[in-house]
Design a protein. Sequence first.
Length: 145
Amino acid sequence: TLSSSLNNWLQKLLKTDQVNLYTNINTSDFNFDKLTEKQIQNLGNFGFKTSFLNNRLLINFGGNVDYNLIQSSNNSNTNFLFTPDVSFEYLITPDGKFRVVGFNRSDAGIGDIAGITRRNRTGILLSYRKDFDTFTEFFGGDKKR
């Protein structure tokens, strides 16, 4: 895939496997009833992930590029909206079950009058992760004694 080819190229260029690229492309068909228009939205998602401090600090930077957009309030074609995302995760425990995460996430929103807008969410959270091998184990059955 394109993503794995770019990832391999970047790792060879930087001489490290600690950087990983990702890409994704989606299309969506929206029917804006209030806007009396039908528009196809195209979305490109990209970014890179890396780690420091023996894989205890994880950094993810990327974003979305929304294109082929129409801004109906002034009947102009905006065609482009970049929505960046960044997160920092610090693994409190070596196994990564407990972590603290700081993030800024953006996405395209559909406003009533303003058309397509960018929404930002910023925060800090404490995360706990646990792996399950089966759905039964997830829902509390098959407990080990």
